[in-house]
Design a protein around this ligand. Structure first.
Ligand code: CA
Length: 228
């Protein structure tokens, strides 16, 4: 399963080199670039299978790179793992809001980083397999393979994380999921739970879905469920 292209966007050379070393040893084709501008340019040219993006970059910040990448339909599907400073929860929330798919805090352990990379790449592969699957609710259709969501006749643009939360809740209508279960389903195990980041994502989802957003119900003191 190796050989995928991974673009590393990191201005600190020693960290970029370490990442390149860890990833190439695992059989990935890793390419480091030192600025956000270059990261966006190379993404459009080579369509990497995944991007590792440092938030602290000179000039164009990692958050801005992520926003631009996810706003462009050509590159929106490229999964992004952001690198954040340890303990900066605000950065993590901002990163998810900008459309990042996962994060790793610096300093990172190679094993943890590789686990996150492998999980994100696998998730992409399993999504491709279920292309024909569609979940339908009143006024809401979710096409898994195309990752498209329609509220009525209107196509809704969701970030990857928003899409995965919606998909997860919709896969078992009526079931109540805790914030912890949602975080684990969307980001994998071994992930620090921040309930607030789930609330932020759900609020954004509801806003984007409009009336169809009423399907996502808050279960007080527990979490969320998809109303039948
Ligand atoms: Ca940096």
């Amino acid at each position: 399963m190796a050989g995928e292209n991974i673009l590393i966007v990191e201005d600190e050379e020693d960290i970029a080199e370490l990442l390149e070393y860890i990833l190439s040893r695992q059989g990935y084709a890793a390419e480091p670039v030192g600025t956000g501008e270059k990261g966006l340019q190379v993404s459009r040219e080579t369509m990497p299978d995944l991007m590792i993006l440092d938030l602290m970059l000179p000039r164009l910040s990692g958050l801005e790179v992520c926003r631009q990448l996810k706003a462009d339909p050509e590159t929106a599907q490229i999964p992004v793992i952001m690198l954040t400073a340890k303990g900066e929860e605000e950065d993590i929330i901002a990163g998810f809001e900008a459309g990042a798919d996962d994060y790793v805090t610096k300093p990172f352990r190679p094993k943890v980083l590789l686990a996150r990379v492998n999980a994100l790449l696998r998730r992409g592969a399993s999504t491709r397999k279920s292309d024909q699957e569609e979940l339908v609710f009143e006024g809401l259709r979710i096409h898994l393979g195309r990752r498209e969501v329609f509220a009525g006749d209107h196509k809704v643009d969701l970030t990857n994380t928003e899409f995965r939360i919606l998909h997860f809740l919709s896969s078992r209508p009526g079931w109540v999921f805790t914030r912890r279960q949602i975080v684990h389903a969307v980001h994998g195990d071994d992930y620090p739970v921040t309930g607030r980041s789930v609330d932020v994502q759900v609020a954004a989802l509801r806003r984007k879905l409009g009336t169809a957003g009423e399907h996502i119900q808050t279960v007080r003191g527990v979490g969320y469920k998809m109303g039948e």
